[in-house]
Design a protein around this ligand. Structure first.
Ligand SMILES: Nc1ncnc2c1ncn2[C@@H]1O[C@H](COP(=O)(O)OP(=O)(O)OP(=O)(O)O)[C@@H](O)[C@H]1O
Ligand SMILES: [Mg+2]
Length: 370
């Protein structure tokens, strides 16, 4: 499937090709899984069929020759592919697209009055080369984006694995040891005391795992939306870490339950979650404020604490503090998430005066919430 940005690129280029060739219609056709798809068209003609099979269509036969073609007053057999597309043509030029390893396609220019000449042919050939090159570059970016996303997920799994290991596996290991020792002592009373301790410990471990599962997939986010999910995070930080957390969420003036698109909601949720975990772990704070607002088409989320501030970020406030923070993946993960939705993260900190994490994401071009 062509991605949105690829289609966009092809549409822009079709307009340019139309002007370049002074044609009545210009089409860019891309092969995808055995089908030829008119990915972009510019000019007068209304294309009748936008998708044709490579096997069993006249356009497919033309595509498979892999050669350029120039037709003057096409009729009969040679005009069949034009009829398939529903095009009227006094003259037609066809140039193959070749994107090494990324499939192929055709660029087609037609004139309803007048013919094409040699310079037109050369112009179309170099235009086709530049379409192929731009599309190929766009696809490499697309692949890069996918890889980036996969790496981020992989890193995240590593973190969860570490979390499960440090919290639950260690805890269970200790309980097992406790039981084994009591058994080896062969003392009934000690054994029964150990069983009580281990039962209580198991209860704690089950609670811990429950928390972990909620954090992995916050059901509240899908079902209830961002505000309740963030409030749940705040309550948990309060209950577990004794942190006083306030939430200020204002998305839209009237519509209290306004939803953002799912990707953006989960980005905001994860950034807040990580920032809040950092506050509990590192900040020595007593209070934190979570704020989410939307103004002028930009969604902003911030997490501020009153703790000791980020280490070594004292002076050059404009410098990116995380350069100096050789910590885990939390801050870099936030940045990656922000970039994936076209936004950015800003950190600021005053020594002894707390730290702030700010996420801002422009809404322009984002899908509307379902
Ligand atoms: N709110 C904060 N207040 C003070 N220091 C902070 C705060 N947030 C982060 N830090 C510092 O920044 C470092 C990097 O944070 P980061 O989230 O990237 O890693 P981590 O929390 O140590 O590990 P991980 O998030 O991978 O479990 C932390 O180790 C801590 O020293
Ligand atoms: Mg962290």
């Amino acid at each position: 499937m062509l991605s949105g940005s690829e289609l966009w690129l092809l549409r822009l280029m079709a307009d340019r090709g139309l002007a370049l060739l002074d044609a009545s219609t210009l089409l860019i056709v891309i092969e995808e899984r055995g089908e030829l798809r008119v990915a972009a068209s510019a000019g007068k003609a209304h294309v009748r069929l936008r998708v044709l099979p490579v096997e069993g269509s006249a356009l497919g036969a033309l595509y498979r020759t892999g050669r350029p073609l120039s037709l003057d007053r096409p009729r009969g057999q040679e005009a069949t592919w034009l009829h398939e597309l529903g095009l009227e043509a006094r003259a037609a030029l066809v140039e193959p697209l070749n994107m090494e390893g990324h499939g192929g396609g055709l660029v087609i220019g037609v004139r309803e009055d007048g013919g094409f000449r040699d310079p037109d042919r050369r112009a179309l050939a170099s235009f086709a080369a530049s379409v192929a090159q731009r599309l190929q570059a766009e696809r490499s970016v697309e692949i890069e984006r996918l890889r980036f996303g996969m790496e981020a997920r992989e890193r995240e799994r590593t973190r969860w694995a570490r979390e499960i290991h440090d919290e639950t596996v260690q805890g269970l290991g200790a309980l097992r040891l406790r039981l084994a020792n009591a058994r080896d002592l062969g003392d009934r009373e000690a054994l029964s005391a150990a069983v009580d301790t281990v039962l209580a410990g198991l209860g704690d471990e089950i609670d811990g795992l429950r928390h972990l599962i909620t954090e992995l997939r916050p059901a509240a986010l899908d079902e209830l939306g961002l505000a309740p999910a963030l409030q749940a995070l705040a309550r948990r930080a309060q209950a577990i870490d004794g942190l006083d957390v306030q939430t200020e969420i204002a998305l839209g003036d009237e519509d209290e339950d306004r939803r953002l698109d799912p990707e953006l909601e989960s980005t905001i949720y994860r950034v807040v979650q990580e920032a809040l975990t950092n506050v509990s772990r590192h900040a020595k704070a007593t209070r934190a404020v979570i704020s989410v607002t939307e103004r002028d088409g930009v969604v902003r989320a911030s997490i501020t604490d009153d703790g000791q501030g980020l280490p070594d970020a004292a002076s050059g406030a404009r410098r990116s503090p995380e350069d100096e923070l050789k910590g885990g993946f939390g801050l870099s993960g936030m940045r990656e998430r922000a970039e994936l939705v076209g936004g950015e993260i800003e950190l600021s900190s005053a020594p002894g005066g707390g730290a702030t994490v700010r996420l801002s994401v422009p809404l322009a071009g984002r899908p509307t919430a379902g």
